[in-house]
Every structure is written in structure tokens, then in C-alpha cells.
Write a protein of this length. Structure first.
Lengths: 720, 587
């Protein structure tokens, strides 16, 4: 029998050869973002237009392919043009019309259209080279600031200021070798920098074009696949992409491309060189914790299941992503489906399961299509089925669709659903790792957890455990949304502070308004105020301050958000999604929602907050599953941090954010009003009176509190 | 179990040895600590849904449910604390807040687990009252009424329907606050696969399931001077009805029951046991002729209307095997409007037949077209359950406890001991075997006690040697157990000659219309069923007449009216047929 790793290496060689012939030898490659979000933004039309044009003009040296979503939602569709010896150009907001222009100017004439690029949007000028200096905490501790200064000074001195851009990034990967700096387009990572070394690098590399090999970090981490393509844009440069390492980089439907980025090497390596027990130990040692929200150590879970001596065990990938606004798992699957399969294969081998299920919501058709294609391709290649990788280990995977109930993301409800039962949680114990699917030991991890497994095995548990914090190793993917400048999918090391996310990766609050709160953990999480912005993001710290990590929702809110309303929104969600099995969740969330509703409608009475807290305690302590146990979190955290807002709703019948329409009162400040009539013209019920150039008046009795006048006034004269 | 596998647990300061597979609730029960509970039922799978039995376990972040949590060595448990009392109180209040405020007018008033809990946990005010769920009451079925507004979603009915009866008609539907227990697609009970057995009523802690009561009709009939109102009581009533009047479980009260009927105003009081004997004579004849022809075997009994409904929906292909005999209730009711009417000269339309049954499915059976007279009137006018009988007696001021014993009216009141044991699982089989033995051999059966077919086990099999003729018999109770036997029949795994199936677990003594058990026992408790059955076996043992075919009134009936067993008149009046029903059940 040949060794699995030999088989894999052989297949990879063939794949790379095929890719070279079909793609990589081309002068120019164009990739079009292709994912649910990209498609919704119109990327298929963009792709088609490129195809038409290339068919018409057929520049031989150009190839077109699809890649997953890189995570910059507000800029989609994204098109990347990659040419040799220059930094990949990322075009944003592409349309078929823009394609025509890009094709003419960039593809045919070699002149990028700078104003449509990501770097232009980020305020970075086009340059021959980009030096990205890592300013993660580790690098800063080792003198990263001085390195940035040294680069700037030396570049100035060498007269390269117009040709080289120096940018700050964070989390470039091998931070144990910091301070680090990455130079585009040579894709060179300099390690252990000192100002002296910088002088030498500028002179040799930046002036003469000769990288200083002795200072180059020569390690190869699969975690470093993303940076060469996207790292020159600050939004991406300040992230560390382990889970999302291949998203936006490889063609998701191509097994060859996955193989080329060392895909399936971790699985083959495990099957060849590592005993199942040692795989479990590696995962344990890495400190990887479940990314689905609970943060249970994956190694412990695997160990429980591995120690069961039974005929059949199962591996389940939980892809039933249900938090409102969360799309981490969908993007990961759509951008890099083979990673999930590989993580599951390794899990199956480790615990002795021969069968895996991916439970994914039916509302993710593209992700399902890509998973199914990946499974078919992996089977054909011998990575799934009987005797995988030529070993004597059998493992296969089946996709199971969920109908979209939020509670089916809870592992025991998910098991019920796969078994064909109503998706309601079961009491634990017994835990699934002892008695799960069809009563057999079952390991359930979510998409993100499985995506990390190949990284743990190839880049090493030891390294992995150094990323993040002591108790929360690795990175976390978040769907950053709300009133923040950069929204999208982000991945940062654990321990990154909320401030770093909001003001760093997120670029700060929209229109530079006042930050009010950040909500993490989705409906099970909490709202944290400005005073907690320096909280490091890890499982335990977030829990301590009354929120949770959750699966990765992160919503930033500015002063225009009403905390009572936010709590009401999430509770409305959970009470709708409660399966109805246990009393406190089914009945209690309804009562909490009723109280919140009356508070927001001006019907709140003294004692309501106390009732909310009493119900919250009962629900948290007695609910059957995580859904109910966490449902009161948004209410508790908003009461804890924004109690005065509840009190003013109840006592003063006032909503300072002006969100609770029943409480809003609008009036016009006669001092500020210049009588421009703008408010009068937009009022849908004609309740504003006043002659031009005379202060206007709102008739409160007629006013329907729609807020149109408030938005229309340019003189800050309308008060609410 | 060896000592070494035991664990030591401390519950409320009491150190106790336990088996590791025991739950906290189980162990606490054993030392006299009764943790409040609601969804838990000892005979059903554990759900952990109501969250009332929460207890504190040292080292656990949150309280855990005692009904689901296994004990472990060194575990320290507190079953009561200010926190637990608050949590339990609030959880029960949450149930009450979404429950009609109809305690005084509710059928389960004074006999409601929710009411008891609210009282004992000290819910004296409603802190969180708000919107209440609204669902229509489903009275489409003649047997079982579903009232979702009173449902507290404990899931016992869902579990009994699936796990005990194998019907799976009920399930929780919709999410959160809109959650409701209903048949598939929210359809009416009458359009569902419900087999009308009433076990959902028995396990329901509130009045979310109740029988479709006929007491008003009975009261009207009793008050109508133009009607000749007669009653007959099923074998198992005498073993259970006493519980409704404070007698200990298993007290036979045949005589008091008869007297009560007379005091309530019934003109004649007959015994369904009489027609149980008649059923045996007819069925034994049918069985022997099938044996002789080697045709349509095994013969499967057809007395249990829940089973008949089940067969017609789940196993219609086995209908040819079922005995064509009507149930004892239908046989007697038919005779009352034919033979009895003829004999007394009372027009059958003027005779109002009430049957007292342990069963809700009988209400459905009585309304089946097969059980109507050709003239269009029903043979049985009203079926009341044992529970309704108890209520009726109380309503009519009958002091049951202190009644003298009475005797059934004749000739339709005389019965053998074989008729009495019809009420227990295996009883029909035993009665049939007594007669079959003597019919086959022409000799006296040496031992009338067929112990192999007695007992509350779900499936019993035996081979009966009738002087060299081996008869393979099987007995099941609880329809999920029937599946075991029926699937063997279908696959041809085993040759059976005679099969008795009773729908309810333990037979009619634990039927869907029997009294809610007194405290100290519970619905589906095998001990309860055994005691009720024992009452019947005791009556049987004390009789000298113990074989159906020796009942002189039966013999006279054939002589005067029916002719011979399985004869033309019998077929016309005492036999029936079956029809596959839609919707079909999923096995």
C-alpha cells in the first residue's frame, strides 16, 4: 500500500502542472468574486461580460476564473487582476460597463483604472512597491514602531517616496519572528527587523530590486495564503486569516486549486504519520475551542468521542448558521469548501468515525452546490469513500439540509433534525460525544472549527496556540456590521480588543459619530458600552462582561440606536425561534418581550425592569438549551450598561435616540429655524405650519413621529 | 448489581447509595424526597421540558433537571433552596399565565396537576401575566376532545401516543409561544390517524385532553318518561369504578355498581359480561372452523375498538384475519334492541341503551355505521366512561360508598368468570381457550387458569397443548407491542393460531376512560394495572360458572333466539366487517 502522503503529493504535482498549463503561466489572471453576496451584487453579469470580451478579443495570456468572497461586502462585486511582478489590483463595485473600461484600459493596455481600486478607496496611492509593517501587539512590543519610522526615513532619504508606500498592518502570521514587514509585489516577509536591517533592505530591495534573503522568513504556513493577494489594503492587512485563508484566493470549485495550496496535505499527513490519539492530542494542545459560540475545547470533545469503544461513530459539521446577519460559515463554505471536508476527514480519523454529515440550511443553495461538488470531486480523487488516500480508513460525507430553524444550530436539536425528528433539543447529559446521532458517539463542530483543523495540523499546534490569547487560541471570524465604516467579514486573532476591531479594521464609526455600543454574539450575546471598548475579544472575557463570543456576529451601534429597542429586536427573534419545548424559553421570552414592548411604547411602569431581571434569571437558569439560557443576555446587558435609558423610557416617556416612535416628540427650535420650509415640504401629514423665513411650528397632536422633518432640517432646528 | 458499581450521593444532607444509571429524581424518590415535577412520567421517555424539577448540584453552573440528570459518585444535591423555590414558582406561573382562568368550571378541577403545583409552589399572584394563546377546541372526534388552550406542552400525550400506542398522531407543532400539540397539519382529530384510545386523556396533567362526554344525553334520557333506559357495564368497570368513590385500588364493587345504576334511574341493569360470554362462544366457533379449514389464521380478536381502529389505519392488509365478532358492547346493545325488545314488547326506538365502558374508543364504535340498526338508529345510544359514570353518580346524589349490593337483571345479566376476565390483558385469550379446549376435545378442561397468558407484560406468547393439538397463541397490550406480533405475522416469521390484542397498556382495566389514579399510583403504573386485573381474576376464581359456553342464559339465548353459534342470525346481528381508513398511519 502506498503511503497516503505520497499519493497526495503525487496528485498535487499533477494538479499544479494542470494549473500551470491552464492558468498560472498566463501573463494575467482575472478573478471575479463569486459567492451569494457577490452574486447578489451582480458579479455573474460581471463575469459574463468578461467572458464575452475575452471571447471576442481572446488575449491568449489572460485567464478568467471565479473565487470566493474575500469579505468586503460593501465593495462587491470585486474583480482582481493579477499580473506578474505587480501588486494584484482589486476593482470594486464592478458592473458590466466598468468591465468594458477595465478590459480596454487594464487588460489590453496594461493601465489600471486607479479610481476604481480598493487601494484608491482606502486612500493609498499606486506604487511600485508596498511595505506593510506589522504592528500587531507582539511586533510592537519588539519595536515595530521604530521599524515603521526607519522605513519612512530611509525611503525618504533614498528618494523613493513617490514609488514606495509604507502601510501599517497587523497579524501577519509568524509574529514570534517580529517585528515583521511584508514587501509587495515580491511577496517577501522580513523577520526580526531592526532599524539597521531596514537600512540594508531599503538599499538593496527597494532601490536595487534585490530582496535581502538572509532576513527573509522562509517558513511556509498555509495560514499565509491570503495576504499576498489582499494584504496591501488596510482592511485586510490588519486581519489574520486562518479560517478564511483561501477565501477570495482560490477557485472554490477547483480541487486542483485547493491541492495547490497544500489542500488535503493535513489529512494525508495525519493518515500517514500520526496516530488517531496523537491527532486528538494535537488538537487538544492547539487550544482550539469550538467556534460555534460555546467555546468548548475541541480536543476535549474529540477525546470523549475517541475514548468510546463502539461500532459506529459520527462526525457532524454544523453549518446551520442562524444568527441574524451572520454569514461567516456561508462565506467559508462558498470560498473554500474542501477545507471543511478535510477538517472532517481528520476528525473522523481521530475519533474513529466513518461517516460524516454536514448539516446546512437549505437557504444556502450556492454553498450546498459547492459542497456537493467538492464531495464528488473528493470522492473521485479517493479522499472520501472506502480506503481513503489509499489507506485502510473509510470515511464519507453526506450533506443534510435544514429547514432554517434557528434552534437546529443547537447540537442536540440538530441531531434530532438529522434523525428526521422535530428539531428540538434533548437534555444533556448524555452529551453527543458519548451518545449522539442515532445514539452513537458524535462530534459536532461548526464550519469555522473544522476549517481550522488543517491549519492546526500543518502549521502546528504549538504555533496555533501562540496565536490569540492563552485561553482562547487562534483567530475568530466576525461579520462586522452596523454603523461602522468598513463592514464585512473579518478575521482577527483572539485577544484583539473591541476598539481595535471598531476603529482599526472597522475604520471607526460612520460619519465619525459617537460610538454607543457593540453587540457581539447575536441573539445570545450582549451590548457592550464605550467603557468596555478595550475588552479583549476572547471567550472568557466577553462572558465576564455579560456578552458572549457567539458564532461571530458583531454589530456596531452609534448614538442613534435605542438600547431598549435593540433588546426588543433580539428578544423578538429568540422568542420567535424558541422551539417551544421548555417552559421558561417558550413562555418567559414572550413575557419579557411584552414588557419591553410596553416600555418602548410608553406604557412601562415602575418595577418593569425588576420583572425583566427576575424573568431573565429564571430563563437563564432553567432553560433546556443554549437558546433559552442565552436569550435574556441582550436584555440583561442593556440594563446593566444602559439602565438610564430604560428609566427614561419608563419615567420620562422619552427615547433619547428617537427610535421608539411612540415616545418621540418633535419640536422646532425657533432660534435656529430660518424658515426654509424644508420640513414643511416633507411632512406627510401637513402638521408643520409657518411662512417662509419665519420660524416653523409642529402641531404635536397631528404629528405621527415619522422623523422626516428631523432628517430634512439642515440647521439642526428640529428637536426630538 | 455489585456494591462496587454503586455510587454515593448526598441529597439534602442525606447520604444514599445509588446505581450510576439512576437519576437524581429517582434516588430522591427512594428516600422520600418528592421533587416537584410535571412533564416527567415514569412510564414514558424523559423529556426534560417543563423545568420544574430543577435542583442544585454542587459544581454545576446552573440548576439541573432532576428527572434527566444521572447521579455520580460524590455528587451533592440540594432539592430545595430560596433560589430553587423562586425558579419553580416562576416557571409554574409562566404556565399559569398562558392558561385559561377556568379552574372552578374545569372538568379536572380538584384533580389537576397544574393546579396542585401552583398551590404547593406558592403561586399566589401573577407577576407576568400577558397575552394568552388562543386555539379552537377540537371536539370533532366522538371520543377525545383536544383543548390546546389548556395544554401546557408537557408532551406526555405525544409520548404515550408514540411510545406506548405506536400511533404518533400527536406532535408539537409551530415554534415558541405558538407551539401547539396537534395531529399532523393541524387537522381535526376526526381527520387524523387517532385511534381514539384515550391514553392521551389519561396521561394529561390538565384538561387539554378529555373524553367527549355523553353525560348530558344520559341525564336527558333518564329524565324522559317515554324512554326505557337500560344500562350495561363492561367487565373492567367493576374493578376500577370504586377508586372514584374512595375505595382502594383493586376493590371489586360489582354489587354497589348495580345498585348505583338503579338509584340513578336506569330501568334495567345488564352486564356486558353476558355478551363477553357470547363473544367467546361465537369467536371460539369461528376459530375452530378456521382451524378446520386451515383458513385465515391466525384469528385475531376484535373486542378492542382502539385496536380495530389501529388495524384499519395501520394494518388493513391484516383485516381478513380479525374475528368478525362484534365487541361484547355491541353484541349486547344489539340484543337489547332486538331480542330484548321482542321479549318485552317495548319498541326498540323506545329503548335507550347506555353502556359504561373503560374506553373512549367505544364512543366511536357506537357511532360506526356497522353498529347501527338497519332502521337507522344506533344499537348503543350513549357510551359513558368509568369517569363519567363516577361523575354521574355524584351528580345524582348516589352515596356509592354505603350502598348495598345489587344483582344484575336477567337474562342479560348472567355471566361466567370467563366474562369477567375480559377486562384484563390475556383475559379474552384465556376465556377463549377454556371454551376452545372443551369444544375441541369434548372433555372438561383440567385447569382453567392459563397462567401463561396472564400478566401485564406487553407481549406474551405461549403454545397451548390441547390434548396433542398445539396452538400457538400471542397476547399483546399497548399497540406498540401489537406491532411486534403483527410484523411477525406479516413476515411469516412465526405461525400463530390465535392472537389477542388490546389497545390499552394492561388491557381494559387501564383503558382510556378509567378513573384518574389516586395518589400513590399513576397512569400506566404496572402495579395499578395488576391490582385492577387481580380484582377480576378474584371474581372469576370465586365463581362456579367459569366457562362461557356453560352460561345457561347463553345456551337459552341460542335456543330461543339465535339458533346456533355462527349461524345465520348470529351473523346478521353479532358479526361485523372492517374497512381500511384514511388517512393511513405510518408504521
Amino acid at each position: 500500500m502506498s503511503r497516503p502522503l505520497d499519493m497526495l503529493i503525487n496528485l498535487r504535482k499533477q494538479a499544479v502542472q494542470r494549473l500551470f498549463e491552464s492558468k498560472f503561466k498566463a501573463e494575467m489572471r482575472i478573478t471575479v468574486g463569486s459567492a451569494t453576496c457577490e452574486n447578489a451584487a451582480g458579479s455573474e453579469a460581471v463575469h459574463s461580460r468578461f467572458e464575452e470580451l475575452m471571447g471576442e478579443h481572446a488575449p491568449k495570456a489572460t485567464v478568467l476564473s471565479r473565487v470566493g468572497c474575500a469579505g468586503k461586502c460593501d465593495m462587491e462585486p470585486v474583480v482582481t487582476v493579477i499580473t506578474r511582478n505587480s501588486i494584484p489590483t482589486k476593482y470594486i463595485h464592478m458592473t458590466p460597463e466598468r468591465v468594458d473600461e477595465v478590459f480596454k484600459k487594464h487588460v489590453l493596455d496594461g493601465e489600471p483604472i486607479e479610481e476604481w481600486t480598493m487601494r484608491h478607496h482606502a486612500g493609498i496611492k499606486k506604487a511600485e512597491r508596498v511595505v506593510s509593517v506589522c504592528e500587531c501587539r507582539e511586533c510592537l512590543r519588539n519595536g515595530g514602531k521604530a521599524i515603521e519610522k526607519a522605513f519612512l526615513a530611509e525611503i525618504e532619504k533614498s528618494g523613493l517616496s513617490d514609488r514606495v508606500v509604507v502601510m501599517r498592518s497587523a497579524a501577519q502570521g509568524p509574529e514570534e519572528h517580529g517585528p515583521l514587514a511584508y514587501v509587495y509585489p515580491e511577496e517577501v516577509m522580513y523577520k526580526e527587523l531592526t532599524p539597521e536591517k531596514v537600512t540594508e533592505i531599503v538599499a538593496s530591495h527597494l532601490v536595487e530590486g534585490k530582496p535581502v534573503d538572509t532576513y527573509v522568513w522562509t517558513g511556509d504556513r498555509i495560514a499565509n495564503r491570503f495576504q499576498p493577494v489582499f494584504g496591501d489594503v488596510p482592511f485586510f492587512g490588519s486581519q489574520l486569516r486562518l479560517t478564511l485563508r483561501n477565501c477570495g484566493v482560490i477557485e472554490p470549485e477547483s480541487l486542483d486549486e485547493y491541492l495547490a495550496v497544500r489542500g488535503y496535505e493535513a489529512a494525508a499527513h495525519a493518515l500517514t504519520d500520526i496516530t488517531p490519539d496523537d491527532v486528538v492530542k494535537t488538537v487538544f494542545d492547539s487550544g482550539l475551542r469550538g467556534r460555534g459560540g460555546g467555546g468548548f475545547p475541541s480536543g476535549v470533545k474529540w477525546r470523549f468521542a475517541a475514548s468510546q469503544k463502539v461500532d459506529q461513530k459520527y462526525i457532524i459539521c454544523n453549518a446551520d448558521e442562524g444568527d441574524p446577519g451572520a454569514f461567516m460559515d456561508r462565506s467559508t463554505i462558498e470560498g473554500d469548501p474542501h477545507t471543511i471536508l478535510e477538517g472532517m476527514i481528520i476528525g473522523g480519523y481521530a475519533i474513529g468515525a466513518t461517516k460524516g454529515f454536514i448539516y446546512i440550511r437549505a437557504e444556502y443553495p450556492l454553498a450546498i452546490t459547492r459542497l456537493e461538488k467538492a464531495i464528488t470531486d473528493a470522492r473521485e480523487a479517493g479522499f472520501l469513500g472506502s480506503g481513503i488516500f489509499g489507506s485502510d480508513f473509510d470515511f464519507d460525507i453526506e450533506v443534510r439540509l435544514g429547514a432554517g430553524a434557528f434552534v437546529c444550530g443547537e447540537e442536540t436539536a440538530l441531531i434530532n433534525s438529522i434523525e428526521g425528528k422535530r428539531g428540538m433539543p434533548r437534555p444533556r447529559p448524555p452529551y453527543p460525544s458519548i451518545e449522539g446521532l442515532w445514539g452513537k458517539p458524535t462530534v459536532i463542530n461548526n464550519v469555522e472549527t473544522f476549517a481550522n483543523i488543517p491549519v492546526v495540523l500543518l502549521d502546528g499546534a504549538e504555533w496555533f496556540s501562540t496565536v490569540g490569547t492563552e485561553k482562547s487560541a487562534g483567530t475568530k471570524v466576525f461579520a462586522l456590521a452596523g454603523d461602522v465604516k468598513n463592514t464585512g467579514l473579518i478575521e482577527v486573532p483572539m485577544g484583539t480588543t473591541l476598539r481595535e476591531v471598531v476603529y482599526g479594521v472597522g475604520g471607526g464609526i460612520l460619519d465619525d459619530r459617537e460610538f454607543k455600543a457593540v453587540q457581539t454574539g447575536g441573539p445570545a450575546g450582549g451590548c457592550l458600552p464605550a467603557s468596555l471598548l478595550d475588552t479583549p475579544i476572547d471567550y472568557d472575557t466577553l462572558a465576564e462582561v455579560g456578552s458572549i463570543m457567539g458564532s461571530g456576529g458583531m454589530i456596531v451601534m452609534d448614538e442613534g440606536s435605542c438600547m431598549v429597542n435593540v433588546a426588543k429586536f433580539f428578544l423578538d427573534f429568540t422568542q420567535n425561534e424558541s422551539c417551544g419545548k421548555c417552559t421558561p424559553c417558550r413562555e418567559g421570552t414572550k413575557r419579557m418581550l411584552e414588557i419591553l414592548t410596553r416600555i418602548s411604547e410608553g406604557e412601562g411602569v415602575e418595577g418593569d425592569v425588576e420583572k425583566l431581571l427576575r424573568l431573565a434569571e429564571t430563563i437563564k437558569m432553567t432553560s433546556l438549551c443554549g437558546l433559552g439560557q442565552a436569550a435574556p443576555n441582550p436584555v440583561i446587558s442593556t440594563i446593566t450598561h444602559f439602565r438610564e435609558e430604560y428609566d427614561s423610557h419608563i419615567r420620562d416617556k422619552h427615547c433619547s435616540a428617537g427610535v421608539c416612535s411612540a415616545l418621540a416628540t418633535y419640536s422646532i427650535d425657533a432660534e435656529k429655524c430660518i424658515g426654509c420650509t424644508a420640513c414643511k415640504r416633507v411632512c406627510p401629514v401637513d402638521c408643520i405650519t409657518g411662512a417662509p423665513k419665519v420660524a416653523h411650528v409642529i402641531d404635536d397632536k397631528e404629528c405621527i413621529k415619522c422623523g422626516s422633518c428631523f432628517d430634512a432640517c439642515k440647521f439642526d432646528a428640529v428637536k426630538r | 448489581m455489585t456494591e462496587s458499581t454503586k455510587v454515593e450521593v448526598v441529597i439534602d444532607g442525606v447520604t444514599v447509595q445509588a446505581a450510576p444509571e439512576q437519576t437524581i429524581m429517582d434516588v430522591a424518590d427512594g428516600i422520600g424526597i418528592r421533587i416537584p415535577r410535571l412533564c416527567y412520567h415514569p412510564s414514558l421517555s424523559t423529556l426534560g421540558a417543563c423545568r420544574i424539577c430543577v435542583v442544585e448540584v454542587e459544581g454545576q453552573r446552573n440548576p439541573v433537571t432532576a428527572c434527566t440528570f444521572p447521579v455520580a459518585d460524590g455528587m451533592k444535591v440540594r432539592t430545595s433552596s430560596p433560589l430553587l423555590r423562586k425558579l419553580r414558582r416562576d416557571v409554574v406561573e409562566l404556565l399559569l399565565d398562558n392558561h385559561p382562568k377556568e379552574c372552578q368550571t374545569c372538568e379536572r378541577s380538584g384533580n389537576c396537576e397544574l393546579q396542585d403545583l401552583a398551590y404547593s409552589l406558592g403561586v399566589r399572584e401573577r407577576l407576568f401575566e400577558g397575552e394568552r394563546k388562543r386555539f379552537p377546541r377540537d371536539a370533532s372526534s366522538p371520543a377525545v376532545i383536544r383543548d390546546p388552550e389548556k395544554c401546557i406542552l408537557c408532551g406526555r400525550c405525544v409520548r404515550v401516543c408514540e411510545e406506548v400506542q405506536g400511533v404518533t398522531n400527536l406532535s408539537q407543532q409551530h415554534r415558541g409561544f405558538t407551539n401547539v400539540v396537534a395531529p399532523a397539519h393541524d387537522c381535526d382529530m376526526s381527520d387524523s390517524v387517532c385511534i381514539q384510545c384515550g391514553q392521551c386523556i389519561n396521561v394529561c396533567p390538565t384538561a387539554a385532553f378529555v373524553e367527549n362526554s355523553s353525560t348530558d344525553e344520559v341525564l336527558d334520557a333518564l329524565g324522559n318518561p317515554d324512554l326505557h333506559v337500560v344500562v350495561h357495564t363492561a367487565p373492567s368497570i367493576r374493578a376500577a369504578v370504586g377508586e372514584g368513590f374512595g375505595f382502594p385500588v383493586g376493590t371489586p364493587v360489582t354489587g354497589k355498581m348495580v345498585t348505583a345504576c338503579r338509584l340513578m334511574g336506569f330501568d334495567q341493569v345488564f352486564d356486558t359480561n353476558f355478551s363477553a360470554d357470547l363473544t367467546i362462544v361465537e369467536e371460539a366457533t369461528e376459530f375452530l372452523s378456521r382451524i378446520a379449514s386451515g383458513d385465515r389464521l391466525p384469528l385475531i380478536t376484535s373486542c378492542s375498538p382502539g385496536w380495530v381502529n389501529f388495524m384499519e389505519r395501520f394494518y388493513p392488509e391484516l383485516m381478513p384475519l380479525a374475528s368478525t365478532c362484534k365487541s361484547p358492547m355491541s353484541m349486547l346493545s344489539t340484543l337489547l334492541k332486538t331480542f330484548y325488545a321482542e321479549k318485552t314488547g317495548i319498541a326498540p326506538e323506545k329503548i335507550y341503551v347506555v353502556s359504561v365502558m373503560p374506553c373512549t374508543a367505544k364512543k366511536f364504535e357506537a357511532k360506526r355505521p356497522e353498529h347501527m340498526a338497519p332502521e337507522g338508529y344506533p344499537y348503543t345510544d350513549a357510551v359513558i366512561t368509568t369517569r363519567e359514570f363516577v361523575w354521574l353518580a355524584k351528580c345524582l346524589g348516589v352515596d356509592f360508598q354505603n350502598l348495598p349490593d345489587g344483582e344484575f337483571d336477567n337474562p342479560l345479566g348472567e355471566s361466567s368468570g370467563a366474562g369477567d376476565i375480559f377486562g384484563a390483558t390475556g383475559g379474552v385469550m384465556e376465556a377463549a381457550l377454556r371454551t376452545a379446549y372443551e369444544k375441541v376435545t369434548g372433555e372438561t378442561c383440567p385447569n382453567l387458569d392459563f397462567m401463561d397468558v396472564r400478566g401485564v407484560e406487553g407481549v406474551k406468547e405461549a403454545t397451548i397443548d390441547i390434548k396433542g393439538t398445539k396452538i400457538n397463541v400471542a397476547v399483546s397490550n399497548g399497540l406498540n407491542n401489537a406491532k411486534t406480533i403483527l410484523d411477525r405475522v406479516e413476515k411469516g416469521d412465526k405461525t400463530y393460531h390465535l392472537i389477542e390484542i388490546m389497545a390499552c397498556p394492561g388491557g381494559c382495566v387501564a383503558g382510556g376512560g378509567q378513573p384518574y389514579p389516586p395518589s400513590g399510583t399513576y397512569v400506566l403504573d404496572p402495579e395499578l394495572t395488576k391490582k385492577r386485573a387481580q380484582a377480576l381474576y378474584t371474581i372469576d376464581a370465586q365463581k362456579t360458572l367459569r366457562k362461557s359456553h356453560e352460561n345457561p342464559s347463553i345456551l337459552k339465548l341460542y335456543e330461543d333466539f339465535l339458533g346456533e353459534p355462527n349461524g345465520h342470525k348470529s351473523h346478521e346481528l353479532l358479526h361485523t366487517n372492517y374497512t381500511a381508513q384514511e388517512p393511513r398511519g405510518v408504521r
